[in-house]
Design a protein around this ligand. Sequence first.
Ligand code: 8YV
Length: 319
Amino acid sequence: MKILVTRQIPERFIDELKEAAEVVMHDDTLQPMPRDKFIEESRDAGVVITMMSDKVDREYLDACENLKAVINLAVGFDNIDVRYANENNITVCNTPDVLTETTAELAFTLMLVTARRIVEAAELVQKGEWQGWEPYMMAGKDVAGKSVGIFGMGSIGTAFARRCKAFGMDIMYNTRSRHEDAERELGARHVDFSELLQSDYVVCTAPLTEETKEIFNKDAFNRMKGDAIFINIGRGGHVVEEDLLAAVQAGEIAAAGLDVLRQEPIQDDHPFLDEKRIVVLPHIGSATVETRDAMIQLCVDNAKQIMKGEEPKTPVKVK
Ligand code: 8YV
């Protein structure tokens, strides 16, 4: 049975997979597999290692009769119809835990970068425009001692909260269910969404679901403080980008730091590109060599276990 890998991964992982099955790896380094090729190559595959850009929907799952498992190189799995896959006896795996600290670190970095206007300041120097000093030149906003509202308190949200505690921040969070460990260890308070929006920093770390889609919209941004900073490392689909842009431009919030967008990569004419107060990163939350190695290794381990007919390490189950 074949294993299809839809992005390029280092040869050593391919060699390991080859011990279990024939392996086909996509031959483009940057672009995803075109949809028709993805389906075609998956028809005789037993296992597919996917990325968030691969849509594993009903049409795809119906077309792939031999498929036993879809292994997503990500902790998020909003690109996959997990329920339908499971109904059809197709296992779905993701890569939780191994990327938690790295992604929380990036979220914290984005908070510091936007608060202290790091991109703007570095650009000023690079462009040769640093010509003197005045007290409020590139003045930003403190992080230490401020309040932070974390939307989504899973493992990444909690790891992020730990960093906030070290900065003496007042931590609030909003999720469907209470997180008693975070309350006890970090002094985090469970608040409703309206109260969360009153924080100095509003940080989205949640997975994308039907309930959270476009939750950061005109109304949410209107309710934030004028000097609030919005950070998103979850998924672009949480945000109505036009409303975020309008809120920043109208001074309804101060700035935003985004690692994720509705459509990735960003389009050349995207209005965020002209807005200094919105920092956009190319979805690098988990992008360290150590973590990417660990994520890929976990996918390989899952694939090997499935090929042996064993339970994989990290299956996704939907309730
Ligand atoms: C992935 C991510 O690198 O894990 C996730 O959910 O968003 C990132 O860590 C990205 O999705 C590539 O699949």
